[in-house]
Write a new protein. Structure first.
Length: 123
């Protein structure tokens, strides 16, 4: 569904919301703002799922993947004052948006440089 991410969601009582390749376009300040607008739409126990490239330690992925993520990170940083994030950085975004929004898990999407982050909202 099309939506302005900086305005309140029109859907309420959502079980889950999914964002793919969105947050690397936004600096921390704006990423937190987007997450904050979600909270009124969530019901207790709702999940926020975010699919993004993940910054990882060298050696945890192939050298090609590692360099590709770094190149994208530099491009996002230079063009948009944004960038790719580590799992810890994603967790901090959730916590800054709302104390009830906790990053519960992050999965590496098999064979890719993407992580799927799952946050659970508890009022």
């Amino acid at each position: 569904m099309a939506h302005d991410s900086f305005k309140p969601q029109s859907v309420h009582g959502a079980d889950a919301l999914l964002f793919a390749k969105v947050f690397h376009n936004w600096s921390d300040k704006y990423a937190v703002d987007v997450l904050r607008t979600l909270v009124p739409a969530l019901k207790a126990g709702a999940r926020v799922l975010i699919l993004e490239r993940a910054l990882t330690e060298r050696g945890t992925v192939s050298e090609v993947e590692y360099n590709e993520v770094l190149a994208m990170d530099l491009m996002m940083m230079s063009l948009l004052n944004a960038g790719e994030r580590t799992r810890e950085e994603m967790s901090r975004l959730f916590e800054r948006a709302d104390e009830g929004l906790k990053c519960r898990k992050a999965w590496r999407v098999g064979g890719t440089m993407y992580n799927l982050y799952e946050a659970i909202w508890t009022p």
